[in-house]
Design a protein around this ligand. Structure first.
Ligand code: CP
Length: 320
């Protein structure tokens, strides 16, 4: 694994999952592995879970950790090539990234979709420049199209709570007042397909995800039908992805808010969400406060998805 940006970067998903469970049982087992190694986490966007869990994961492995909120302490970055830099951006990403790479052994990057240009977002314009120019392994801490550390934690959580070998997992769109990226649902689908679970994706018409991420799945537009017999409900909002409405909120239909009415037709399903979550928009208080809600253990598992990924990268660095 040279970089970690998607489930496809793992050589062996089952082995990575077992490593995460091993680390959960013994978080300090490899506390000397990262001695004299530096993890530098670059945030273009806000974060609570990713920021804290990835730092803690690095610390558990004995790494030095630097967190850089690039838009708050750094120079405003130009990301376009071939431009005359006579505006308000004094530094080009083409220099900034290799310089950052000189100060660390692994870089984590968070750079959300900007919704200005679909081709730029789906081409991972920012993340790709880190991969191309950093000179060290890059870990995606949520990029424009995927959030792999979240999806890995989701997989760990489902493995812990499932009661049948192949659970029915439902990814449900839910309303939100602002336009959110498709990274979490895209990535979730990839990891659930890789795990071999039964997966149903449900959303209102117009919210179709990119075919490349749907893995041949057909969306179910009837949310109640989708929820029927489900073992896990994964709620998430995302903005429209089609070329005409890319990045727009085209519905805030609160009949899609996950509530007791929908949960009643499931197989006593567990409720999941990556957080942060808007209560009574995405999910009712009643559902998120119920014993079936596993959003907190899901967030806890962010520690172990990050630690597993960092350990795999450190093993490779130390072997060089
Ligand atoms: N789920 C998640 O990535 O949370 P943060 O945005 O708070 O990091």
């Amino acid at each position: 694994m040279k970089h970690f940006t998607s489930v496809k970067d793992l050589d062996n998903l089952e082995a990575a999952l077992q490593l995460a469970f091993e680390l959960k049982k013994a978080p300090y087992k490899y506390q000397t592995l990262g001695k004299n190694k530096t993890l530098l986490l670059v945030f273009f966007n806000s974060s609570l879970r990713t920021r804290l869990s990835t730092q803690k994961a690095g610390i558990n492995l004995g790494m030095n950790v630097i967190v850089f909120d690039i838009n708050e302490g750094g120079w405003k970055l130009e990301t376009e090539t071939g431009v005359i830099m006579d505006g308000d951006k004094p530094e080009h990403i083409r220099e900034a990234v290799p310089v950052i790479g000189k100060y660390c052994d692994i870089i984590g990057v968070r750079s959300f979709a900007r919704f200005q240009n679909k081709a730029d977002d789906y081409g991972e314009k920012i993340l790709q420049q880190f991969i191309d120019y950093a000179g060290v392994p890059v870990v995606s801490m949520e990029a424009a199209t995927r959030h792999p550390l979240q999806s890995f934690a989701d997989l760990i959580t489902i493995e812990e709570y499932k009661t049948v070998a192949r659970p029915k997992v439902v990814l449900s769109w839910a309303p939100h007042p602002r336009a959110l990226p498709q990274a979490v649902p895209n990535s979730f689908i990839e990891w659930m397909v890789a795990a071999g679970y039964e997966l149903v994706v449900t959303h209102p018409e117009g919210y179709e995800l990119a075919p490349a991420f749907m893995n041949g799945l057909t969306p179910e537009y009837d949310q109640m039908k989708a929820f029927d017999g489900a073992d896990f409900i994964y709620a998430k909002n995302w903005a429209a992805c089609n070329d005409r409405d890319y990045g727009k909120v085209i519905s805030t239909d609160r009949s899609w808010t996950v509530a007791a009415r929908q949960m009643a037709v499931t197989n006593n399903a567990k409720f999941m969400h990556c957080l942060p979550v808007r209560r009574n928009m995405i999910v009712s208080d009643e559902v998120i406060d119920s014993p079936n809600s596993i959003v907190i253990p899901e967030a806890e598992n962010r520690l172990f998805s990050a630690q597993a990924v960092l350990k795999l990268l450190l093993d490779q660095i130390n072997a060089q």
